[in-house]
Write a protein that binds this ligand. Structure first.
Ligand SMILES: *[C@@H]1O[C@H](CO)[C@@H](O)[C@H](O)[C@H]1NC(C)=O
Length: 414
């Protein structure tokens, strides 16, 4: 069974395909981690994020739709104030951009006291939530359907150049105010790539980056390195699978097969992908799985794997011929972090056990920026702790809000 966007029928002959089919036939002994993926059915998107998550918790929330320059219809949520209104006037707008395989729900997935989205709203910020194309909340397009190959023909570069521009422009126009940008993981790559463009960075007052990523050549996550080594990206493309959905039967089988075939310890799937997370609430996993992981595109995975393989922070690599046609040069042009204006205040939170945003890569990013970011380093935090740690409020969000308020000269409202 193949999910939408993937048709096995027309797969070309290729040794990668054979390899994967062997895995699928021989593997598929369910590991603990994928048991849960099979057991918990994902929620339907009906009613949107506001209706499913925020309104039942007593928070104000409205749904907004923006269309990108290439026709994708993205949902944005607006939480104008907290559960108990703390200010008459809306505070400065904060835009939260989730990471890979996640969606806007990420910011509300723990309790009201633990989740950054709720905490910001309860502290007088005007909260806006981004959802990139392909996630459960943003599956619309003016002409394409999720079953079309073209619907999945994008990488994080397009998320920066189209999705972010559309969402930030909308918030900027509605609020008539510069925006605090908060991103996690892929949300930081999108931000850093976008901030190199004057027309985008002019809408931003400051940026808080959780697990900042631009260079990826020190990724240490065992599962990811395995997937890179066996060219999972090329395999999927060869098989005609363009949507990457770990909630589909095919997605779960691929995870199982990777774990089995490479005798990888996937009993802690999350750790083998993100690093040891100190403060993850594992008794909440079934609840998380109702919302996550969200789909992404195989092309996006391929772009990230290119970065891991080559150590570059550059545009998508189409190969020499494709690059010549598209970029007029053999190699894809890099994003130049030094063209982010020095006047943009940046704060970064990063963890010693993060297997994706490795410290060496974070330091590389910092070296190339013209400004000197404020840093919050937490030795025992992994990649997911920065959004899901049970004690992230004290460890991370209090300092993040101090940084945001300092930019605005805002007074503490709680
Ligand atoms: C962990 O999750 C469970 C289940 O949702 C919840 O009852 C518990 O309060 C959470 N623990 C902490 C410390 O937040």
């Amino acid at each position: 069974m193949v999910g939408p966007g993937g048709a096995l029928a027309a797969a070309p002959r290729h040794h990668h395909l054979l390899l994967l089919l062997c895995f699928l036939a021989g593997g598929a002994r369910a590991s603990l981690a994928t048991d849960a993926l099979r057991r918990v059915p994902p929620r339907a998107a009906a009613g949107g994020l506001c209706q499913q998550l925020l309104l039942p918790q007593g928070y104000p929330c409205t749904e907004h739709t923006v269309e990108t320059g290439d026709g994708f219809l993205l949902s944005l949520q607006h939480i104008p104030h907290g559960k108990n209104r703390v200010a008459d006037n809306a505070g400065p707008p904060v835009f939260l951009q989730h990471g890979l395989f996640q969606g806007g729900d990420t910011w509300f997935i723990n309790s009201n006291e633990q989740s950054l989205g709720y905490i910001l709203a309860d502290n007088g910020f005007d909260v806006w939530i981004g959802n990139v194309r392909g996630t459960r909340w943003s599956k619309g397009h003016s002409t394409l359907s999720v079953h079309d190959k073209l619907f999945w023909d994008w990488s994080w570069q397009d998320l920066a150049e189209y999705d972010l521009v559309a969402m930030l422009s909308y918030v900027y126009t509605v609020t008539q105010s510069k925006i605090f940008y908060v991103g996690h993981s892929q949300g930081t790559i999108m931000g850093l790539a976008a901030f190199t463009k004057p027309e985008i960075v002019k809408m931003i007052s400051s940026a808080a980056l959780l697990c900042p990523i631009s260079y990826l050549d020190h990724v240490s996550a065992s599962f990811v390195l395995r997937a890179v080594a066996m060219h999972l990206d090329q395999m999927l493309i060869t098989m005609g699978i363009h949507q990457l959905n770990f909630r589909s039967e095919m997605g779960v089988q691929i995870l199982d097969s990777l774990c089995d075939a490479e005798s990888l310890d996937c009993n802690s799937m999350l750790s083998s992908i993100t690093g040891e997370n100190c403060c993850f609430n594992s008794s909440r996993i079934d609840y998380y799985l109702e919302y996550e992981p969200h789909p992404s595109s195989t092309k996006n995975l391929r772009h990230l794997f290119q970065m891991i393989r080559k150590g570059t922070f550059a545009q998508y690599d189409y190969g020499w011929v494709g690059n010549l046609g598209r970029y007029g040069q053999l190699h894809p042009p890099p994003f130049d972090l030094s063209s982010i204006p020095e006047s943009l205040p940046i704060w970064m939170g990063y963890g010693g056990l993060d297997a994706l945003a490795d410290i060496t890569d974070v330091e590389h990013t910092i070296r190339e920026l013209r400004s000197t970011p404020e840093l919050l380093y937490i030795g025992d935090y992994g990649h997911i702790d920065f959004i899901m740690s049970m004690k992230a409020k004290d460890d991370v969000y209090v300092d993040l809000m101090r940084f945001l308020r300092a930019q605005q000269g805002m007074h503490s409202s709680s």
